[in-house]
Design a protein around this ligand. Structure first.
Ligand code: PLP
Length: 390
């Protein structure tokens, strides 16, 4: 740190320079984030100092959070679901599994299963092979063995594989409503039935799909309507058009949330259920603003435009003989392209396009977020053709 500060003008110049080095979303087809809606940005700025970690000081922001939870709970068929606003999918997934693990370890079933002298048996969690890498962090942080169930031909988790991995130390299942790599939705109804039958918890990772699936023409069963679903992660900072860091974690019952309780003696409130201490009230205000401004109608329009762009992209790609690995059901497209790692780096180096790669099967991955336009797709497909032809 300098002894004396720099002038505001100097700082602004440095920042402008750094901002100039950031990529613009207009060349980005790899991200699940986008430009936030302007009303979200304005609300974010208005509440910039608000700290939800000490919400006794910020009652107004706290009330906005309560309204968001009930409105998103309602969207997910449980208006009285309980939870809080997280920093995104990773935190929501960690906390959902932490709650499962805590309740499992406290359960009579687990305590009775311990053999004499045994203090601890490592619990396990069954997740689809397509689960986001945040679950690897979950496993490490929470000391939970991760059992990865295989996928079927459509890249949904195989129900048989899930069943085969469950044993008496399984704390629960994870289902993905909109997988990161393929935008695929697992057979969540069948998984919910298994969770009910085996009396284990089930978390749905709808971090991406939560703001897509309810607004598609086709309907999908993925939320609290299914009795086995005990928690859901859904991110306003992705397709919800809110600001970063806005995530939401919802539980069906309060006792799940309560299992995360920590005493907070020096704050204005005596308990916290959250992972982080200090939390952004700005992201809360931004989320309140955008979900209430857009309403279901606004999100339907946004999703419908993204889907229109996705089918336009597929038509254009078919003209150059490039096809998807699976028929996209949302705005995530994985393409069958030989040597896709080389294609990806050439697209970046020669044309400044950012795309990503899927692991298994290996493919070129594009996310058609609200910042994408028809012109952007024309230009991308033309550049892709140049790369493939040379
Ligand atoms: N879950 C899914 C399905 C995701 O696609 C992502 C990120 O893309 C995450 C979780 C992690 O979200 P975040 O990066 O906000 O922590």
């Amino acid at each position: 740190m300098n002894e004396t500060g720099l002038s505001e003008e100097k700082i602004r110049n440095i920042l402008n320079d750094s901002k100039g080095q950031d990529l613009k979303y207009e060349r980005v087809l790899s991200s699940m984030c986008t430009y936030p809606h302007r009303i979200a940005v304005q609300a974010h700025m208005q509440f910039i100092e608000s700290n939800m970690g000490d919400f006794g000081l910020f009652r107004g922001t706290y009330n906005l959070e309560k309204e968001i939870l009930s409105s998103i709970g309602d969207l997910l068929h449980k208006a009285d679901a309980v939870g809080y606003m997280t920093t995104g999918g990773t935190e929501s997934n960690i906390q959902a599994i932490r709650s499962m693990r805590n309740l499992f370890l406290q359960s009579e079933k687990y305590q009775k299963s311990l053999k004499s002298g045994q203090k601890y048996v490592r619990p396990n969690l069954v997740v689809p092979e397509s689960a986001h890498f945040s679950f690897d962090k979950v496993s490490d942080i929470l000391d939970v063995e991760l059992r990865k169930a295989s996928l079927d031909d459509e890249l949904k988790v195989s129900v048989e594989s899930v069943k085969s991995l469950i044993d008496e130390n399984t704390i629960g299942l994870v289902a993905i409503a909109g997988s990161t790599e393929f935008g695929q939705v697992d057979p969540i109804k069948a998984l919910s039935d298994i969770a009910v039958e085996k009396n284990i918890f089930m978390h749905v990772d709808a971090a991406f799909g939560g703001f897509v699936l309810p607004f598609l023409k086709k309907s999908y069963e993925f939320d609290f309507k299914l009795p086995g679903v005990t928690s859901i992660a859904i991110d306003p900072h992705k397709m919800g058009l809110s600001t970063i860091p806005a995530g939401i974690l919802l539980f069906r019952d309060f006792h799940h949330l309560e299992s995360l309780k920590a005493d907070t003696p020096y704050l204005t409130v005596s308990t916290q259920y959250t992972l982080t201490g200090t939390r952004s009230g700005a992201a809360v205000a931004a989320t309140y603003a955008v979900i209430n401004h857009l309403g279901k109608e606004g999100y339907r329009k946004t999703v419908s435009r993204c889907m229109e762009l996705t089918s336009y992209l597929l038509d254009k790609l078919a003209e150059i003989n490039v096809y998807p690995l699976i028929e996209p059901l949302m705005n995530v497209v994985a393409l069958e392209i030989p040597k896709c790692d080389i294609v990806r780096s050439r697209l970046a180096k020669e044309f400044n396009w950012q795309v990503s790669i899927t692991q298994n099967p290996h493919g070129l991955r594009l996310v058609i977020m609200p910042h994408v336009s028809f012109e952007m797709i024309d230009s991308f497909v033309s550049d892709l053709k140049k790369v493939l032809d040379s």
